[in-house]
Each structure stands twice: as structure tokens, then as C-alpha cells.
Design a binder for this molecule. Structure first.
Ligand SMILES: C[S@@+](CC[C@H](N)C(=O)[O-])C[C@H]1O[C@@H](n2cnc3c(N)ncnc32)[C@H](O)[C@@H]1O
Length: 356
């Protein structure tokens, strides 16, 4: 999983084990991976939403990789990889790719060829989707890992279109769990983009409402297509809207633009706001973000019930810290840095304070 999410992935893993009525898990969490002795069918792990991928691991207590060419080791690996290929069906692997330090060496070439021949797949160095990694474990043993699906789990079937600045679906799934999944929540996702946060929230459980707005009609159309592909479109209300005026897609541009909305009047209130505003790189610009973020926090405050929450993810770290340092309406309840596409955005969970 992406660094910074281990605790959330571990919670999801334990919940999955409880649902499968499995005994308590033996796990070894690291910042970017969790080693687990899964007592059930490994295919059950493909239901995980907060991880990038699942890999099967074989350990060999040998001094160097050359020993992996031993007949017994190759047999063990070939049998194991065949099980991975079988278990992934109906998904199909197109080719085997070996990823290792020195993958061009004679030893690694021979290992790759033996494994590919053994499982009956072509060797595809560039784009093989049965990804086999060889590495030295922390205790010095050699480990061979194979991803158990042709594509990372974080590559969702529902993502039928992409938007600039879109966030990773596994990260979004982790963040909606960090914010809390409560069936009675009225959830708003202003600045919706391709809909990743709202769709992963919808897939995580029931909600009283799921609302999204975006000023960009192409983004909205993309979110609608993705929501339909995820089978959650009917549970959502998505509409063009300016989140600096209202988070409510039913408010209508006129009502929202009358200015009164910001200063009171009957308006929809939410229990949870999920927002990934422009970071000023792929979308928007840093100068405009100073006002955009400030207004967004004010409008969201006006439309969030006391003790409600707002989850914000952004790479405008200093701006967010400055605005949230002593905000009259929002208290910071949790903050962490996560990884997303080479960036280390800040993720904060805010609580709506009384008054403010
Ligand atoms: C970083 S993107 C969101 C990406 C989204 N989380 C996803 O995964 O696809 C930010 C979005 O905010 C929208 N936006 C910018 N200013 C806005 C405003 N004032 N009101 C509503 N949407 C706005 C942009 O059109 C863009 O789609």
C-alpha cells in the first residue's frame, strides 16, 4: 500500500478476517506493506480496497539468488505461480515479468525463463502482468513475490475515465475510512473531479445522501460515467456547482449565487465533507488557491453540522496549515502525510466547532 496508510489497511484486513470468520491474524506491518499469514483462501484478499496490490511470498533461506535455480526451488515457485494464475481466473495473465536488482544477469534471466516456461506464459520484460519480484528479506533470506492479480487492485474496474489531478482509488478508499463510514451521514464531495472520493465512499457503505458538485462540466460527466460503472450513480446527486457558493447540487446556481446563502438562510447541512481541491499543479494555480481554500472552508463550515467532519487532502501544505492553524470554525482532529503519484500530500480530518 502507499506509505502512510498501514494502520488503515491493517484495520481493513482485520475486518475482512472477521467477516470470513478467520482466527486472529499474524501480521508484520511496515510503512508500505503488511506481511500476513492469511489462514483463508488468498483470493479473499482481492476484496481489499485500501491496498495497491496483494503479493504471494515464498522465502528461501539461501545465501544467493543462484540457489533459486535449484530444481526444488524452481518446482516450488512454478507450482505456486500456477496456483496464482488459476486463482485469478476469470482474469488472465498475458506474460511473466521478473523484477529484481540485476534482473539482466544470467542467473535472473535463467530464473525468469524457467518460471515463464513452467507456468506456460511468454516472458515479457516490459509489460508482463504476472509480476515476479526477487529481493533479499530483512533477515537475509531471499524472497520471491508474485502479484496475485494481472492489474494492481488500486486500478479499479469502475474507472472508465480519468481526470487531471485525480487521486488514487486505494488512497481514496483509505481516506473515506479514516473519515468514518456512518450509514446516517449526509456526505458532500465538492470539487468532485472524476468522483474518486465519493464513489469509494459509496462503495464503503450506505449514506443518507451522496452529493457532488464541480464547476467543470467535463469533470462532472466523467464522474457520472465512473459512478455508473461502479453501480452507485443512482445513490448520488451530482450537478454543476461552485463550491465557493454552495456544496449543495440541488441548490441551483441562482439560489447559490444570491450571496445570501453564505450568510445564513435555509440551506442543506452535511455531516461529512470530503474534498480534494486543486493542488495548483495539474489543476488550478497556487495564487488563486489562497482565496479558493479560504472561501471553501467558510462555505463548508456554513453547511456542516456542529461536530460534523471535513476530510481535506492537498499538496498545498503550507497554505492549509496557515488557514487551519487557528480556524474559527474548524478544529484539526487528525493530520498525516500520505503518498500520491510522487507527491506527499497532507490529509487532515477537521471537526466542525460550535459557532465559528
Ligand atoms: C484535484 S481535482 C479533484 C480530483 C478528484 N478528487 C478525483 O479523484 O478525480 C479538483 C477539482 O476541483 C474543481 N474545482 C475547482 N474550483 C472549483 C469550485 N470553485 N467549485 C467546484 N469545483 C471546483 C476542478 O474543476 C477539479 O475538477
Amino acid at each position: 500500500m502507499a506509505p502512510g496508510l498501514a494502520d488503515l489497511a491493517l484495520n481493513e484486513l482485520r475486518a475482512l478476517a472477521r467477516r470470513a470468520r478467520l482466527p486472529a491474524l499474524e501480521t508484520t506491518p511496515r510503512d508500505d506493506a503488511i506481511a500476513v499469514a492469511w489462514p483463508g483462501d488468498p483470493v479473499e484478499l482481492h476484496a481489499l480496497r485500501t491496498v495497491q496490490s496483494v503479493a504471494r511470498v515464498w522465502r528461501f533461506d539461501v545465501p544467493r539468488p543462484k540457489a533459486l535455480l535449484d530444481n526444488t526451488a524452481v518446482r516450488t515457485l512454478v507450482d505456486g505461480l500456477r496456483t496464482v494464475v488459476e486463482s485469478a481466473r476469470p482474469a488472465r495473465f498475458e506474460g511473466l515479468r521478473l523484477s529484481a536488482a540485476g534482473s539482466g544477469s544470467a542467473v535472473m534471466r535463467r530464473l525468469a525463463e524457467a518460471l515463464a516456461a513452467g507456468v506456460g506464459l511468454p516472458l515479457r520484460d516490459d509489460d508482463g502482468d504476472l509480476v515476479v519480484r526477487v529481493r533479499r528479506g530483512a533477515d537475509g533470506a531471499w524472497e520471491v513475490l508474485a502479484r496475485t492479480t494481472p492489474r494492481p487492485l488500486s486500478v479499479r474496474a469502475w474507472r472508465v475515465c480519468d481526470r487531471p489531478g485525480g487521486i488514487d482509488a486505494a488512497l481514496a478508499a483509505a481516506l473515506v475510512r479514516l473519515a468514518g463510514v456512518r450509514a446516517g451521514d449526509r456526505v458532500a464531495n465538492p470539487m468532485l473531479g472524476g468522483g474518486t472520493l465519493l464513489i469509494e465512499r459509496a462503495l464503503a457503505g450506505p449514506a443518507a445522501c451522496l452529493h457532488g458538485v464541480d464547476t467543470d462540466l467535463a469533470a462532472l460527466a466523467c464522474a457520472e460515467r465512473n459512478a455508473a460503472a461502479a453501480g452507485v450513480a443512482e445513490r448520488m446527486v451530482l450537478a454543476p456547482g461552485d463550491a465557493t457558493l454552495s456544496l449543495d447540487p440541488t441548490a441551483g446556481v441562482d439560489a447559490a449565487a444570491d450571496g445570501a446563502a453564505v450568510d445564513g438562510g435555509p440551506r442543506r447541512r452535511y455531516d461529512l465533507v470530503l474534498v480534494d481541491p486543486p493542488w495548483g499543479d495539474a489543476v488550478g494555480d497556487h495564487v488563486a488557491n489562497a482565496t479558493l481554500y479560504e472561501t471553501l472552508l467558510r462555505v463548508a463550515a456554513a453547511q456542516t453540522v456542529t461536530a460534523g467532519h471535513l476530510l481535506l487532502i492537498t499538496h498545498e501544505v503550507r497554505l492549509a496549515e496557515r488557514l487551519l492553524g487557528d480556524h474559527p470554525a474548524w478544529g484539526v482532529r487528525h493530520a498525516r502525510r500520505v503518498w500520491q503519484g510522487g507527491h506527499r500530500p497532507l490529509c487532515v480530518v477537521l471537526e466542525r466547532l460550535p459557532g465559528g
